[in-house]
Design a protein around this ligand. Structure first.
Ligand code: CP
Length: 315
């Protein structure tokens, strides 16, 4: 693996998931692999899980790890090429990426979308500029369109908890007071589409994901219909793709609650976190034995480790 930008960088999904599960069993087994290598983690946006789990993954592999919050600590970045930089942006991403690349052997980058300009966001221009100018492998820690470290973790978590070979997995939209990116949902959909699971996306009218991510998923606009017989309920809010970045409704019937969970096949509840209790999911569901959210967050470390290991092994 050269870069880890999205599902297309994964040749063998099952092998990568098995590698993550192996890392979980013996996290310190490859401490020499990353010796004298530096991992740089660059955040343009807030993070808890991604920041700490990727840092821990690098440490497990013997890497030196540097973390920088660009939004609060770096110079304001210009990302458009060919502009006259006489405004408030002091540094161009061309130099910034190259400089970070000169200090690091691998860079992890988080950069959220604007949710204003769909064409710009869906070009994933920030992470692609790092690929172009940093000169070292890039790991996507959530870009404008996808969150592959989260999705690898989600597949890993389903694989280690599933009670039948081809579970029925439902990605359900849930309400939220703020407009959120489509990246986790996009990514979860494209990774599910690479498995042989039964995969359903449940979302209100106006919230269909881009076809390139929804792929072959069955799409329903009625939550009860989707929940029936489900083995996994994966909840996430996303703002509208069609009416780009807009909140079209706040209907609490879409919140994950006990009533709808009772329609399922004893489904496990999943969410990438952070989650708003009693908005996205009721206390009763997230506090129940069916919730996998802490296991999912813990697994982020080993998913990141499997990715870093493949990149390090690639030389
Ligand atoms: N799930 C996830 O990416 O969490 P953070 O935003 O806290 O990193």
């Amino acid at each position: 693996m050269k870069h880890f930008l999205n599902i297309h960088d994964v040749k063998d999904l099952n092998a990568l998931v098995q590698e993550a599960l192996k890392c979980k069993k013996t996290p310190k087994a490859n401490r020499k692999l990353g010796k004298n290598k530096t991992l740089g983690l660059i955040f343009m946006n807030p993070s808890l899980r991604t920041r700490l789990s990727t840092q821990k993954a690098g440490i497990n592999l013997g890497m030196d790890v540097m973390v920088m919050n660009f939004a609060g600590e770096g110079w304001a970045l210009e990302t458009e090429e060919g502009v006259i930089m006489n405004g408030d942006k002091a540094e161009h991403i061309i130099e910034a990426a190259a400089v970070v690349g000169s200090y690091c052997d691998i860079i992890g980058l988080r950069s959220f979308p604007t949710l204003k300009d769909r064409a710009l966001d869906y070009s994933d221009h920030v992470i692609n500029a790092f690929v172009k100018y940093a000169g070292v492998p890039i790991v996507n820690l959530e870009s404008a369109t996808v969150h592959p470290c989260q999705s690898l973790t989600d597949v890993m978590t389903i694989e280690e908890t599933k009670s039948r070979k081809k579970p029925r997995v439902v990605l359900t939209w849930a309400p939220h007071p703020r407009a959120l990116p489509q990246s986790v949902a996009n990514s979860f959909a494209e990774w599910m589409n690479r498995t042989d699971y039964e995969f359903i996306i449940a979302n209100p009218e106006g919230y269909d994901l881009a076809k390139e991510f929804a792929g072959k998923a069955q799409i329903v606009h009625n939550p009860e219909e989707a929940y029936k017989g489900a083995d996994y309920i994966y909840a996430k809010n996303w703002s509208s793709y069609e009416d780009y970045g807009q909140i079209l409704l706040q209907d609490e019937n879409w919140m994950v609650d006990e009533r709808k969970m009772n329609l399922t096949n004893n489904a496990k509840f999943m969410h990438c976190l952070p989650v708003r209790r009693n908005v996205v999911v009721s206390d009763a569901v997230i506090d129940s034995k069916h919730a996998l959210v802490i296991r999912e967050a813990a697994n982020r470390e080993f998913a990141a480790q499997a990715v870093l290991k493949q990149i390090l092994n690639n030389g």
